[in-house]
Design a protein around this ligand. Structure first.
Ligand SMILES: [Zn+2]
Length: 446
C-alpha cells in the first residue's frame, strides 16, 4: 500500500515543487513583520487542502497555525515547522531574487527553501499522497507551524501553555535537518538551551579626558575584569555551581557520536584556525559539542573605536554574553548563580541589565520513535547519523514534556540557511517527501 503512496509522490514531484515556489515567494520576515499574515493564511489553506482541521491561533505576535487529522489511530505524529524566514539582506549577493524561487543545477534557490519552507511542504505533501491515493493514514497527524522561529519564538509559549493537550503525540518531526559533507543524512534529537545576558558598568557621570585615568575608575576595565573572572584559561566556566546536575553523555549516546565525523580539518579550514580551543580534538571535541555548556562574549561596547586616537576614559561599558546550556540547566538558575558570582568577586557594580533564555531539551536516544525515523530513512536515503543534540538552540523545551522530537530535513552542507543564495537539492526535496510518508507508514505499525 505504501508503494502506491510513494509512486504518487514520484509522479507528483513537480506539483509539490510548485507549492514550494508559491510559499517561498512570500517574504514572510518576522523580524520586519512582513508577509506574516499572508503566509499564515497560505499555510492554513494548505493544511485545509489535505483535510486537516486547521486553525489560526493569535498570539501577541505572529499567529500559530495548527492542523489536526484524527484517524482514530493509537499513535499520533506531530510536525513542528515555521513559516517565517530570515531577512534576505545583503540582497546584492543573491544570484536570483530571494523571493522568486529559481531552479538551477539540480537545486532550488530562494530565501526560506531550506529554513524551513522546503521541509514544511514535504510534510504536507506526504500526507496529501495518502489522501489522493485513497489510502488510510495509519496515524493521527498534528501540525504546529509558528511564525516567529527566526526571532526566537518569542510568543510561542503563548500558544503552547494554552494548548498542552494538543502538544501530546507519540513522536514528532522537528523543523530542520539534512545531509553532511559526505552526503549522509543526519538526525538531531535535541537542542541546547540558552541564557543571554547584557552586562553593564557605569563608573562616571560622563566620558572624561583619559589623563584622569590614574585617579578615576574605569568602566571598561571593570567590565573586562568581570568577564575575565567568568572563565579559566582551560575555558572552564568558573561560576560556582554552574555545572551542577549536568548528566554526562550516556553510553548509547557515545555509541552514536562515535559514528559521527565532525570533519575537523574542514571546519578548521572553514573558520581559518589551526586548532580548536585548548587543542580540543577527537572525543574531547565531541564532548564539548554534544555534552557541555559553553559561554561566549557576543559583543563588547565602550569608548572610542573610530579612526586614529581619542584619549578618552569611557564612563560606561557593556557586554553581551551568551551561555549555551545542556539538559538539567535552567536559565533563571544560571542568572542567579551569575549574580552571586559577580557579587562575591567584587563586581557588585556590574549590572545585569537584561537577560533572556530557555532550557535545553532532548529525546532519549533509545526512544522507539528514533528507530521509526531510522527505518524510514534507511529505505530512502540509507545511513542515518544520529546526533544526541544540536549545538544550536530552539524552542524544543516547550514540547519536550509532551512529544519526543527527532529533527530530519531536506537541507545539506551547501544550503546556506540565513545567508544569500539559500538553496536545497531537488533530489533531497523529493526524497524527503518519501521519507515522511514512510515515517507515517512505519509509525502505523509501531
Ligand atoms: Zn533559521
Amino acid at each position: 500500500m505504501i508503494d502506491e503512496v510513494l509512486s504518487f509522490l514520484d509522479s507528483n514531484g513537480e506539483r509539490a515543487l510548485a507549492d514550494l515556489k508559491k510559499i517561498a515567494g512570500i517574504p514572510s520576515i518576522a523580524a520586519k513583520n512582513e508577509g506574516i499574515e499572508e503566509c499564515s493564511e497560505m499555510v492554513l489553506g494548505m493544511l485545509e487542502d489535505i483535510n486537516l482541521e486547521a486553525a489560526l491561533h493569535a498570539t501577541s505576535g505572529s499567529p500559530v497555525v495548527t492542523g489536526l487529522y484524527d484517524a482514530g489511530a493509537s499513535r499520533t505524529l506531530m510536525f513542528y515547522n515555521h513559516y517565517d524566514v530570515q531577512p534576505a539582506e545583503p540582497l546584492e549577493l543573491w544570484k536570483s531574487p530571494p523571493f522568486e524561487p529559481d531552479e538551477r543545477d539540480g537545486r532550488i534557490y530562494g530565501r526560506g527553501v531550506a529554513d524551513n519552507k522546503g521541509d514544511l511542504v514535504t510534510r504536507i505533501w506526504a500526507i496529501k499522497a495518502f489522501l489522493e491515493t485513497g489510502k488510510k493514514i495509519p496515524v493521527n497527524v498534528k501540525f504546529v507551524v509558528e511564525g516567529e522561529e527566526e526571532i526566537g519564538s518569542v510568543n510561542l509559549q503563548d500558544f503552547t501553555s494554552k494548548n498542552e493537550e494538543f502538544l501530546k503525540a507519540d513522536g514528532g518531526i522537528w523543523e530542520f535537518g539534512g545531509s553532511d559533507y559526505d552526503g549522509v543524512q543526519q538526525a538531531w534529537l535535541g537542542l541546547k538551551g540558552i541564557f543571554y545576558v547584557q552586562l553593564e558598568v557605569e563608573k562616571l557621570s560622563r566620558n572624561v579626558h583619559s589623563s584622569m585615568g590614574g585617579i578615576l575608575p574605569s568602566a571598561p576595565q571593570k567590565l573586562v575584569d568581570a568577564l575575565n573572572s567568568l572563565k579559566g584559561p582551560d575555558n572552564q566556566i568558573l561560576i560556582d555551581g554552574f555545572y551542577d546536575g549536568i548528566q554526562p553523555l550516556s553510553e548509547a549516546e557515545w555509541e552514536a557520536i562515535d559514528k559521527i565525523d565532525l570533519h575537523e580539518e574542514d571546519m578548521k579550514e572553514e573558520y581559518g584556525i589551526s586548532q580548536f580551543q585548548n587543542g580540543l580534538t577527537g572525543r574531547n571535541l565531541k564532548e564539548a559539542v554534544y555534552g557541555a555548556p559553553s559561554s561566549s562574549i557576543c559583543g563588547l561596547t565602550s569608548g572610542y573605536q573610530g579612526e586614529g586616537s581619542m584619549t578618552v576614559l569611557p564612563g560606561n561599558a557593556s557586554a553581551k554574553v551568551d551561555f549555551r546550556l545542556v539538559e538539567n540547566m535552567n536559565p533563571l538558575d544560571v542568572r542567579e548563580k551569575l549574580r552571586k558570582h559577580l557579587d562575591a568577586h567584587g563586581f557588585t557594580d556590574v549590572k545585569i541589565a537584561w537577560s533572556e533564555g530557555y532550557a535545553a531539551a532532548k529525546t532519549p536516544i533509545d526512544h522507539p520513535f528514533v528507530d521509526v525515523v531510522r527505518r524510514a530513512n534507511d529505505k530512502v536515503f540509507g545511513d542515518l547519523r544520529v546526533h544526541p543534540t544540536s549545538s544550536g538552540s530552539g524552542p524544543l523545551y516547550l514540547f519536550k514534556d509532551h512529544v519526543p522530537m527527532v529533527s530530519v530535513g531536506v537541507g545539506d552542507v551547501e544550503s546556506r540557511s540565513h545567508s544569500p543564495n539559500e538553496s536545497i537539492k531537488l533530489e533531497n526535496f523529493f526524497k524527503g517527501m518519501d521519507r515522511i510518508a514512510l515515517i507515517v507508514d512505519e509509525m502505523g505499525r509501531w
